[in-house]
Design a protein around this ligand. Structure first.
Ligand code: SF4
Length: 339
């Protein structure tokens, strides 16, 4: 799992399907393709290469450009050229890298001055399992506090950027901030670094993490333990895309999903889950707010039955509102027909 997956999971904590497939490292895109419902999702190779080259430029030369952008945001004095510490973080395996990152964070705080941790590794317990996360960078300030740095390849045009992309970046940064909580004093604002206008030169904007951290912490705490979800999968079932379409569909169907239209922008299985939700007439497919308004009515069939019911519902405000709406609709249609 990466921070992007965790942030998406935190936005839909009721989806056991995504929780299990992500925890097992299943290639959801390949599964969706095998099930005949590929989603046009993710970045193209070109966009990936462009993003990688931009990020390398930002952290080059000891991260001088990045620390300069951060100082401009915070008003701190810029360090002397060449004085930013950039510790070596390589180690064998994610757990060892996370341990090395923790050591270097402590050493950086003790040393004073600026330090830049380029692609460190953090660990966050999620639903009973340790998840390793790799932020783009962490900047350690002279006072020992830490700023999470998110480097993205979408542009900031005339000082503003795509709100949905900025929101996704803030959710990812919040996941890193939560993973850092036990290791360092984390600043409430992250630094978003993007290309300026249509150039390749970097510019930065602050990301306020307070609300995102609180929401993400709450949602991650609601995730069911992965072992409990795994018990739902029948013995012998599996999620390898090499399995037959029927076997794969059966395995996927054995784990409950919580489809919502938001899945279309966050999950590779969205088209598959949407078609299943529609086929089942699930009101979730209409959106979370509609689902909330409908109270105990779970399917479109139940909704239509309630709307057309001859009897006044005893104590169901959703059913009463549906009957009223149906009557108003009928009256409006009758009036239009008479004109
Ligand atoms: S698309 Fe399906 S698997 Fe993905 S989050 Fe939505 S309901 Fe869960």
């Amino acid at each position: 799992m990466d921070a992007r997956a965790l942030a998406a999971l935190a936005a839909n904590p009721g989806c056991h399907r995504r929780a299990l497939l992500d925890a097992a490292g299943v290639d959801k895109r390949a599964v969706a393709e095998r099930l005949g419902a590929p989603a046009p999702f993710g970045r193209s190779q070109f966009a990936f290469a462009r993003g990688h080259s931009f990020e390398s430029g930002v952290t080059a030369e000891g991260g001088a450009a990045l620390i300069r952008l951060l100082c401009r945001q915070t008003g701190e004095e810029q360090p002397e050229p060449g004085s930013v510490r950039v510790p070596e973080l390589t180690a064998a395996g994610p757990a060892a890298r996370a341990g090395r990152t923790a050591l270097e964070l402590r050493a950086a705080a003790a040393a004073g001055g600026w330090s830049l941790l380029d692609h460190p590794m953090l660990s966050l317990p999620v639903a009973g399992a340790a998840v390793h996360l790799e932020p783009d960078a962490l900047a350690v300030h002279p006072d020992g506090s830490v700023t999470v740095v998110e480097i993205k390849s979408f542009p900031i045009l005339d000082g503003s950027a795509d709100a949905a992309k900025v929101g996704a970046a803030a959710r990812q940064a919040a996941v890193y901030a939560l993973a850092l909580e036990d290791l360092a004093e984390v600043r409430e604002g992250a630094l978003l670094v993007c290309p300026e206008d249509f150039s390749n030169s970097p510019t930065a904007a602050p990301l306020d993490l307070r609300k995102q951290c609180a929401a993400t912490r709450r949602q991650l705490a609601r995730l069911t333990r992965i072992e409990e979800i795994a018990e739902l999968v029948p013995a012998g079932a599996g999620f390898a895309p090499s399995r037959s379409e029927g076997e794969l569909a059966e395995a996927v169907a054995s784990v409950p999903a919580a489809y919502a239209p938001e899945c279309l922008s966050t999950c590779e299985l969205a088209f598959h889950c949407r078609s299943k939700a529609r086929a089942a007439g699930a009101v979730e497919a209409l959106g979370r707010s509609v689902r909330g308004e409908l109270g105990g009515l779970r399917t479109v069939e139940e909704v239509l039955k309630a709307a057309r019911s001859e009897q006044e519902p005893a104590d169901d405000p959703a059913a009463a509102a549906l009957r009223r709406a149906a009557r108003l609709r009928d009256a409006a249609l009758a009036e239009a027909a008479c004109r």
